[in-house]
Design a protein around this ligand. Structure first.
Ligand SMILES: Cc1ncc(COP(=O)(O)O)c(C=O)c1O
Length: 398
């Protein structure tokens, strides 16, 4: 393998646990990734050494906390190829997308171009305010990207697509999507929840307008997340949450908002979450996103190859296209259901996976699947993990 997974795994205390008397195999990283020692340490240091609110006090701890918090904006900006002034801290992808959907002040009759493979967090915020125009799907669930252009019309306000699908694993051809949408004068929001932890993100080159991701899916604390708003969009979005910290001055007759990301961060932010996010990104950068990507490709190929040997099992998505190391399996109807299988391989073999519809109900309906069993790997997994997963599954579906 490209990475020294055994050494990497030692950085994650959770993975030292045993389950069913065996080394834990964590193949549920798409739900939430384990946290590394350095993430936990960054939170502990804040609590032990300089706990204070940010942007509110003048004492040394307040200054230290504010400086540390703002420094993370630079870390994130460097990681994704944006400017710190374009980085808004939010609770996660869901909040980021809601912030944009609400801030665009969509009106009845406006349209949003999506795919059937979007997570509910990238469909429901739009559906609540506009009409969805979805790119048609292939039988395996993957979007017919060749049909994207036909979805744009005079009322299209946004194109909102995943970077990588949390069910299909497929990586969207973002450069082509952005070029096509921009040719129609439509801004693009990328749901990077499943992309940012696996793939190098260069927003300068990609030129999308919004990129959203969650810290917890790349090893940072839950409740930390980022909306990057580029191309001057932060000046055009209406704030939809109000409170302390977002205003420069307030008089009886006028409010002057702060510039840039602060305008969208009212109230006390998740300071320790943001500090943990920097630590998690630090680990990814140390490993190197090229190496993380190459490792992901190896694991994806192994998962596909292994699952192909399981009789009657259907893997959703386009097996021939690039994917993150994630497979969702439709199990044979004659056997156990996905939830029972997930529970059984945890209890009997110490393997964690997901079962269900993974917040993508329409996609499961389109694929004729009541539920799927999803295995999702990350940089803490190796080929042995994949082999143990496939071996544990085999007797249960026979
Ligand atoms: C593709 C995708 N988008 C959005 C989300 C929502 O992320 P969060 O719950 O962290 O806001 C998820 C979470 O699973 C996801 O996989």
């Amino acid at each position: 393998m490209t990475l020294d997974v055994v050494s990497l795994r030692a950085e994650f205390p959770l993975l030292a646990r045993t389950l069913a008397g065996q080394r834990l195999v964590h193949l549920d990283c798409a739900s939430t990734a384990p946290r590394s020692r350095r993430v936990l340490e960054s939170i502990r240091r804040y609590h032990d050494e300089y706990t204070a609110n940010v942007h509110r006090g003048v004492h040394p701890f307040a200054a230290e906390a504010s400086a540390a918090y703002e420094a993370v904006r630079h870390v994130v900006a460097t990681h994704v190829g944006a400017s710190p002034a374009e980085v808004v801290f939010v609770r996660g992808t869901t909040e980021a997308i809601n912030l944009v959907a609400a801030g665009l002040m969509l009106r009845e009759g406006d349209e949003v171009v999506v795919t059937h493979a979007e997570h509910h967090s990238n469909s429901l915020p739009w559906r609540a305010r506009a009409t969805l125009r979805a790119v048609p799907s292939n039988d395996d669930g993957s979007p017919r990207w060749d049909r994207l252009g036909a979805q744009f019309g005079p009322r299209t306000r946004v194109c909102a697509v995943h970077h990588a699908s949390n069910v299909l694993g497929g990586i969207a051809p973002l450069r082509e999507i952005v070029a096509l949408a921009h040719a129609h004068g439509v801004p693009v929001l990328v749901d990077g929840a499943q992309g940012a932890g696996h793939l190098a993100v260069d927003l300068e080159a990609l030129d999308c307008d919004f990129y959203a991701f969650s810290g917890h899916k790349l090893g940072a604390p839950a409740g930390s997340g980022v909306l990057v708003a580029r191309n001057g969009w932060l000046d055009r979005l209406e704030p939809t949450q109000w409170g302390g910290g977002m205003v420069a001055t307030v008089r009886d007759d006028a409010i002057e908002l702060r510039d840039g990301p602060h305008r969208f961060e009212p109230g006390t932010p998740n300071v320790e979450g943001v500090l943990g996010l920097a630590a998690a990104l630090g680990l990814l950068r140390e490993v190197g996103m090229d190496a993380v990507q190459a490792h992901g490709r190896e694991l994806a190929a192994a998962l596909l190859d292994g699952c192909r040997t399981l009789p009657g099992v259907r893997v959703l998505g386009d097996a021939a296209s690039a994917r993150i190391p994630l497979v969702s399996l439709v199990l044979p109807e004659r056997g156990l259901d996905a939830e029972t299988v997930a529970r059984t391989i945890a209890d009997a073999s110490g393997i964690l996976v997901s079962a269900g519809r993974h917040c993508a109900h329409g996609l499961h309906d389109r694929c004729g699947a009541a539920a799927t069993l999803r295995a999702s790997a990350w940089l803490v997994n190796d080929l042995d993990d994949v082999a143990r997963f496939v071996a544990a599954l085999r007797p249960l579906i026979a």
